[in-house]
Design a protein around this ligand. Structure first.
Ligand code: HEC
Ligand code: HEC
Length: 265
């Protein structure tokens, strides 16, 4: 019944036929892929590989970003300027799968990243070539959980919730849950301040404190998944009132302290 072109049809194909078509495509693409490879005479030093990745970044950017952010990153009505946003912002947006968005949205959501790590690096380089400074991709070292918990409670919990489960903010914005985020993404978010999130510059939180925070945020996920760590689940009916609730809260804090001390050992 259906006889469309190979490219359109690909996602609907029976797996075995898809494999066959894939093999044909790979064969067809092979000479093209081989053709531009520089001969040894043309690449006298190892650094000659750099322009190739630059070209990859240019190509990906033109294909996936320029329509909204402009050919030179100057911005359009569909997307903000990327001049000077810095490597950390681009890496954060791409590694969390927020970019590229397919249509204009107020807040792009975390999803599976569209690009490989290499392609993300190429795009980061390309956007950085538009100029301006902006925060570098942070290096995260192992941190202190107890200190991280305090910094989180004071600076992050008001929006992301005490357990990192996320919460609704104003005007349809949400502070997302923090259970899938990597240590580097935590540090990037802190330095970049994506969307409605404030920037925390190094005068406010130094690199050590960001390491502590990243360690603690990684811990939030396992605390949530720990079935013994949820005393609220065993709470009686609401009629038992405030007393039971306060007692449960005390338990929760005690459990958190205990977990923290164990983790600190
Ligand atoms: C459909 C339009 C669209 C496309 C395509 C798109 N973006 Fe965006 N981008 C936006 C909008 C709108 C925002 C601001 C809202 C937001 O942050 O969700 C944004 C925000 C960003 C930011 C954050 C800017 C800042 O000020 O911190 C970065 C970085 C970014 N995009 C990079 C990219 C890259 C790289 C690509 C290509 C892989 C891309 N975008 C593709 C529309 C787009
Ligand atoms: C004023 C509210 C607010 C505060 C305070 C805040 N954030 Fe956020 N945070 C947000 C919002 C909103 C987003 C989503 C931004 C977007 O999607 O563009 C976000 C996103 C993030 C993300 C990305 C999560 C993911 O999975 O993609 C991380 C990590 C993060 N915040 C960590 C922190 C940390 C750590 C602190 C404390 C130092 C903090 N935030 C303080 C509002 C806040």
């Amino acid at each position: 019944m259906r006889q469309p072109t190979v490219a359109r049809q690909l996602p609907d194909l029976h797996p075995r036929r898809a494999l066959a078509v894939g093999a044909v495509l790979v064969l067809a693409a092979a000479p093209v892929a081989l053709a531009p490879a520089p001969s040894p005479a043309e690449s006298p030093s190892p650094t000659a590989a750099a322009p190739a990745s630059g070209d990859r970044g240019t190509q990906l950017y033109r294909e996936h970003c320029a329509s909204c952010h402009g050919e030179q990153g100057q911005g359009t009505q569909r997307g903000p300027s990327l001049v000077g946003v810095g490597p950390a912002s681009v890496d954060f947006q791409l590694s969390t799968g927020r970019m590229p968005v397919s249509q204009e949205v107020q807040q792009s959501r975390r999803q599976e990243p569209v690009f490989s790590a290499d392609d993300i690096a190429a795009l980061v380089d390309h956007v950085t070539s538009f100029g301006g400074g902006g925060p570098q991709i942070p290096r995260v070292a192992p941190g202190n959980l107890a200190s991280g918990r305090e910094i989180f409670a004071a600076n992050c919990a008001p929006c992301h919730g005490a357990t990192g489960a996320g919460a609704a903010l104003t005007n349809g914005w949400t502070a997302p849950p923090l259970y899938d985020t990597s240590a580097v993404q935590v540090a990037e978010a802190v330095r970049v301040g994506p969307g409605l999130m404030p920037v925390f510059p190094s005068q406010v939180l130094d690199d050590r404190q960001v390491d502590d925070l990243a360690a603690y945020v990684q811990r939030l996920r396992s605390e949530r998944l720990d079935p013994g760590g949820d005393p609220l689940g065993r709470l009686g009916p609401l009629a038992e009132g405030l007393v039971a609730w306060v007692a449960a809260l005390g338990l929760l804090v005690a459990a958190a302290r205990w977990l923290g001390r164990r983790a600190g050992e």
